[in-house]
Structure formats: C-alpha cells, structure tokens
Ligand binder design. Sequence first.
Ligand SMILES: O=C(O)C[C@@H](Cc1ccccc1)[C@H](O)SCc1ccccc1
Ligand code: NI
Length: 183
Amino acid sequence: MLTMKDIVRDPDPRLRTKAEEVTDIDGETVSQLKEMREYVINSQDAETAEKYGLRPGVGLAAPQIGLNKRMLAIYVENEDGEAEYDYMLINPKVKSHSVNQTYLPGGEGCLSVDEDIEGLVHRYQRIRVTATTTDGEKIEIKAKGYLAVILQHELDHLDGILFYDHIDKDFPNDPKIGAKPLE
Ligand SMILES: O=C(O)C[C@@H](Cc1ccccc1)[C@H](O)SCc1ccccc1
Ligand code: NI
C-alpha cells in the first residue's frame, strides 16, 4: 500500500513537470492507479490513517508518487459513508469551463506541500472533463462545486502546477470580483 514515504514533496522537480499522456493502459498502469485510489480511501479511514501516518486526501495525481503519467484518483464519501465521487481518470482533458469562479474559503492544502500556505485559490465553478477509464472506456464528467475544485487541483498536478501558484501574492485573502465561496 502507498504511504507518506511514497508521496513526492515540493520542491521536488517531478512536481513541476508536465506529465506524459498514457499511451498503453497496461496492467502496471491500472495497478498503479488503483494503488493511488486505495491511498485516498485509506487516508480517510481514521484508524488506517493513524496506524500508517497517512495525511488525509480526497485526490491524488500520479506525479505525486513520482509517476510521469497523466492520471489521477478522486474519492469522496457522503455522510452515510458511501462513495459520492469515485474516479480513476487516465489522460483527463478539460473540454470547457465556466467563466465564473469559486474558491474554498479556508484555502487549499496539498499532500505534496508540507507547509500550510494561506490564501484563496480561485477555481472555475464548473468544468467539463473527458478521460479514459481503467477499462479503456471514454467518459465525460460535468463537475461543479467541490468535485470541480478537487478535479482542478489534481489536473494542475499533471501540468506541474501547485495550488499556491494561484494565490495572489499581494492580496492572498481577497476574493476576486464575482467569485463565489464554496460553502
Ligand atoms: O494533494 C492532493 O492533491 C490532495 C489534495 C486535494 C485537494 C486539496 C484542496 C482542495 C481540493 C483538493 C489534498 O490532500 S485534499 C486535503 C483534504 C483532505 C480531506 C478533505 C478535504 C481536503
Ligand atoms: Ni495536491
């Protein structure tokens, strides 16, 4: 299973690299992506997270475990403990997005960034993403709200972008005009 020792930390240059498209969805790629999903699920289980010292995450992108592949995993449960968002995406691509922006009022964090960095990270309110699944199926996701934020955070990792790159250096806590907080 993946643990924190497998998570690449800023300023490792692998986090600043544009990841390569996956050209062959072979067994190794599928098992790597399943391991990434398993990390995210384990990290949200209090007992497992404590036992193995896992920082909680709702998503993980391949460059964060040192893999130069355009793939990511997202897992979020609802209050009943059932999967609300459960995705393993290969070669995801943003096809369109809203003009309007949103942000998490408390800012963002990242498993690959050990320090807490204050400031608002503005994201698009809605995005439309296409991707390939582990069984080679092409899917389209129309995301809004929290899923849209998580997706954009993970998609940024595939392009070597970290959340704090988006924070305004002069006015880090000022919402942009027209941006809506994600409650
Ligand atoms: O490092 C990662 O990519 C996982 C990120 C994902 C993320 C951060 C901010 C906003 C959206 C997604 C974090 O580890 S997630 C941290 C976290 C854990 C539990 C609940 C919410 C956020
Ligand atoms: Ni991150």
